[in-house]
Design a protein around this ligand. Structure first.
Ligand code: SF4
Length: 225
């Protein structure tokens, strides 16, 4: 810190001009000078099912900025706090950067090679002792189609078990039963345009301003019009 800034800070007149300075940006008009990116990469927020469009600002090969896509029909340039801080989790100190294997009750950092070998040996040991069906796989709903296919083949042909279930059953089972009983079909019925066309919107047991603030914006827009 320069002596001038120190004096300004002491006198309470330091408005941190450099820290909060803005520069021109071709997409967003103005952005913080401190993090002004070299380029923007268009993407979709992966945190929740609202599906906001976003841009990730990249500076010197690092993600430094997250901004809502102003032309995206879901969020119209806005993001909730999770989306706005999305680039931060890439470099978070608490992020797990390598596999951890529990040894004598403690998690120990390992290389991928060591971890694959260890996991493979353990699967084989368990199946040799207790049979093929002693191993089961629960998959996530966040895999892409090709990854689901590869995992399914690994479970059936590699582990030789049918004990495989996914998020689609675990998470959606109750919702699907509700859809079927209410509407006769298991497909989710809503889309964002429905908000604009609905005469009445009932929110029961949900605080979307807290949990899905971008959806709340759609409703707020109607309330204003
Ligand atoms: S509502 Fe928030 S967490 Fe969900 S997609 Fe949009 S920015 Fe991401």
């Amino acid at each position: 810190m320069t002596i001038t800034n120190k004096i300004k800070q002491f006198l309470g007149t330091d408005i941190k001009v450099d820290k909060y300075a803005l520069v021109d940006d071709p997409i967003f008009g103005k952005v913080a000078k401190e993090n002004a990116p070299d380029k923007w990469v268009r993407s979709t927020c992966g945190y929740c099912g609202v599906g906001c469009g976003m841009y990730i600002g990249v500076k010197a090969g690092k993600a430094v900025y997250s901004k809502g896509d102003p032309l995206h029909s879901v969020n119209f340039g806005t993001l909730c706090p999770k989306g706005l801080s999305e680039h931060k989790m890439v470099y978070a100190d608490s992020r797990v950067r390598n596999p951890l294997v529990r040894e004598n009750g403690k998690l120990v950092a390992k290389t991928w090679e060591e971890t694959f070998e260890h996991t493979s040996k353990e699967f084989k040991r368990i199946q040799a002792q207790h049979g093929k069906g002693a191993v089961a796989v629960l998959s996530t709903g966040q895999l892409l189609t090709e990854e689901f296919y590869a995992l399914g083949k690994f479970v059936q042909l590699g582990l030789e078990t049918n004990n495989y279930d996914g998020n689609t059953t675990l998470c959606m089972a109750s919702a699907v039963m509700g859809y079927k009983q209410s509407f006769g079909s298991d497909g989710p019925t809503g889309c964002y345009e429905d908000f604009e066309k609905a005469d009445v919107i009932m929110l029961i047991g949900a605080n979307i301003a807290d949990n899905h603030p971008i959806l709340k914006l759609h409703i707020a827009k109607i309330q204003k019009s």
